[in-house]
Each structure stands twice: as C-alpha cells, then as structure tokens.
Design a protein around this ligand. Structure first.
Ligand code: SAH
Ligand code: SF4
Length: 403
C-alpha cells in the first residue's frame, strides 16, 4: 500500500516579507544594500546568505550563525526563505515520493497555486522531477498536464523551492537525518539528478528556468553538475540553442512520432515546429557530443506509434545526432484516450533500436500507484479570469483603504 501523509506544514511566508529564493548573488547583494548593509560587506554577506540557503539548507535566518544577530533579525523582518506549504506527501510502494506543494499568490488578485514534484530513487541515483509551470499551454493528447490550462509560470524561487523542499523531506543536507525506510539511496547526496520533466513546458518559461538551473548547478549553491540536470522540451525550436548556450544542461526531446501527420496530432506544437526543424536544432545543439548525448523520449502508444516500421524510421531520423533513446511505456490517467503498447511489442521495438547501436532503456514506470509517473501530474489550480482578479484586487484595496 502506498502511504499518504497529509500535512498542513506552514512555514508559508508572511506576505509582508519578500522571498529571496531564486536570487543570484548580485541580486542578493542588491537587496542587502536596500536594507543598509555597507557597500564593502555586500559581497561577503551575499556569499554567506547564498551558502546558507543552497549549500546548508537553512530554512530561516536565525540558523545563519556566521551572520551577526542584529543583521539576522533585520533579514528575518524583511525577507523570507520559507518553503511552500506541503499539502500532501505520498510514498509509492516502489519508493517514489510525490509532493503537492502550495505557493502563495504572486500578486494582487492572484490565488495560491499547487504544483507537483516527484522523487524517484534508484540504487545508484536519486532523480528529482521538477515542474516549471502550473498547467501547460500545450495540449499533447497523451499527457495529463496537457488537460490543465496554464495558470502561470513558476518563478525561479518556486522552481528552486521544489528542490529545497525535497531535500528537506528526504534529509539531503549535510548532517541531516535521512528517513531509514530503505527507499532512499545511500551516498553523499540523495538527489543526484534533476529533470525538468514535471508540469509545464520549461522553454516557455525560459528566464525563470535559466535562473533556477544556474543556481542549482552553481558550485557554491546546490552544486549539481550540469551533466546531471536535464531539460525536457516538447520542441520549442527557437529556444533550443539558447538552452545550450545560456544554461548548458542536458537536453531531452519529447519526440513520440516519426511522421509529421501523427506528431501534429500527439504534440500539436509540431504544426509550428515540424520534425525536420526540430532535428536540425538538435544537430546544432551547443555542447552535444557522444559524451553528452541528447535524449529522445518516445512514449509507447498501442497501435498508434509502436509499429516496427516506426522503430526503423526513428533510427533513420536520428542518424548523425549524438542520441539516446528512451522508450516510455504510456502511463494512463483518468479519461486518457490511449493504451500502453503490449510488452512484447515494446521489446520488439526496442530490439530494432538496440540493433542500430542505441542502448535504449525502456523506462520502467515508477510511482504509478500514486499518479506520479511521467505525464500523470496535474493539480487543481485553475486560472482566475482577469475580471475576477480585478474584483479581488479592488476588494483588497478597499479593505486596505478602510484600515
Ligand atoms: N513539457 C515537457 C516536459 C514535461 S513532460 C515535455 O513535454 O517534454 C515529461 C515527459 O513525459 C515528456 O517526454 C512527455 O512527453 C512524457 N509524457 C507525458 N505524458 C505521458 C504519459 N501519459 N505517459 C508517459 N509519458 C508521458
Ligand atoms: Fe505540456 Fe509536456 Fe504535457 Fe505536452 S507533454 S502537454 S508540453 S507538459
């Protein structure tokens, strides 16, 4: 039986304090200058803050013992490094953990938003699957998130807060206590890899994703190697080169079909950026090499894209690109219009891909019992229409005026 733990943890910030999660060191220095930290201390103090937040896992300023008590107090009065509220935490029988996290409203008239984050432990690694948006503007027909219209982009702080919260919950900080249920790998780090494969299309939230991943890979920050961070895109062709140049992480492409007519249906973004353009962007992806291959994800849909002719065409299309192929058994969700390919067919498909020289692991579905597997994530958050936002904002202004 999977376990569900519902918590109303509330380190949720007092809205009078602004969150500094997601700010890089120069931006932190800027905020410190605003509260009167002397110019000549700015560099040192911002480095200290950065270290405490991302390297040591401090959840409040009081813990930052290398900073004077008086400054700690001013920081606590003005800023916040609070985590989101954990609405639910579920642990699958296979050790996969899923959190439903609630972030406070990010402006007047806005509502709190909920996102899902998933941790997948394996014997030699622990992968955290992080969301970039609440919902998605794209409507891939096999994806549960695609049925939730975009509510908003997550900020860099909210993207990082998913990593920090997961590290809190699984004791992934220096000296922290790890749950001893045997489901978390041993070793220095419980989270060794991050994949931007949760809710949303990361390349439609480029700036925030970039800021977050640069902090995640900063040696003084969360300190994950860029080779252990993967960004998955459904194929936002014009942003792919920038992803390589400006973020420098590993790339995964949600390909799923080898013909434009079928890909137009499964991944409607293909109508804008067809397969040939997408593969051209991959051929010129900055930093791709045989040692840093691009992953092509291919979801196995029974009688839709799983014929052996499809497998042969897949191999032909990828010739000349340093590629890995990930065959993903389709994960069903309530009302999903597809079935997963039969296991025999997946094996036959994989054999063709293997014979062409690709070690193509079939990704074992993880966390299906808690709806945490690829493509099953979705939250209840809904977009608030503009008229309602104005009404709420007016209400807030009215109440504020009455004070
Ligand atoms: N928006 C990005 C990243 C999030 S989806 C993208 O599309 O790449 C992460 C991966 O899960 C993608 O490869 C996606 O195509 C795949 N996926 C979506 N729905 C799925 C489902 N029901 N079963 C298996 N994989 C799915
Ligand atoms: Fe959005 Fe990716 Fe799901 Fe497509 S597969 S709807 S791009 S999250």
């Amino acid at each position: 039986m999977p376990t569900t733990l519902i918590e109303a943890t509330s380190t949720a910030p007092n809205l009078a304090q602004t969150s500094v999660l997601g700010l890089d060191r120069p931006a932190l220095a800027g905020r410190l200058a605003e509260i009167g930290v002397p110019e000549k201390q700015l560099r040192m103090r911002s480095n200290q803050l950065f270290h405490w937040i991302y390297n040591r896992g401090a959840t409040d300023f009081e813990a930052m013992t290398t900073i004077s008590k008086a400054l700690r107090q001013t920081l606590a009065e003005t800023f916040s490094i609070a985590r989101p509220t954990i609405v639910a935490e579920q642990v699958s029988t296979d050790g996969t953990r899923k959190w439903l996290l609630r972030f406070p409203p990010n402006g007047p008239g806005e509502a709190p938003v909920d996102v899902e984050t998933v941790y997948i432990p394996e014997s030699d690694r622990g992968t955290l699957c992080v969301s970039s948006q609440v919902g998605c503007t794209l409507t891939c027909t096999f994806c549960h998130t695609g049925t939730q219209t975009l509510v908003r982009n997550l900020t860099a702080g909210e993207i990082l807060a998913q990593i920090l919260t997961a590290r809190d919950r699984i004791g992934d900080w220096p000296g922290a206590h790890r749950p001893t249920d045997g489901l978390i790998p041993e070793g220095d780090r419980a989270i060794t890899n991050v994949v931007m494969m949760g809710m949303g299309e990361p390349l439609y939230n480029f700036d925030h994703v970039k800021d977050a991943l640069l902090i995640a890979s900063d040696g003084e920050g969360i300190s994950l190697s860029k080779r252990r961070i993967t960004l998955s895109t459904s194929g936002v062709v014009p942003m792919i080169a920038r992803c390589g140049d400006e973020i420098g992480v590993m790339l995964a492409i949600s390909l799923h079909a080898v013909r434009d007519d079928l890909r137009n249906e499964l991944v409607p973004l293909n109508r804008k950026y067809p397969i040939a353009d997408l593969l051209e962007a991959c051929r010129t992806y900055p930093g791709a090499s045989n040692a840093r291959r691009i992953t092509f994800e291919y979801v196995m849909l029974k009688d839709i894209n799983d014929s052996l002719a499809d497998a042969r065409e897949l191999v032909r299309l990828l010739a000349g690109i340093p590629a890995k192929i990930n065959l993903i058994p389709f994960n069903p969700w309530p009302g999903s219009p597809y079935a997963c390919s039969d296991w025999d067919q997946i094996e036959r498909f994989a054999e063709i891909v293997n014979r062409a020289g690709y070690a193509s692991p079939v990704r074992t579905p993880r966390g299906r019992d808690i709806m945490a597997a690829c493509g099953q994530l979705k939250s209840e958050s809904e977009r608030i229409p503009a008229w309602k936002k104005r009404e709420i904002a007016a209400g807030i202004a009215e109440r504020a005026g009455a004070l």
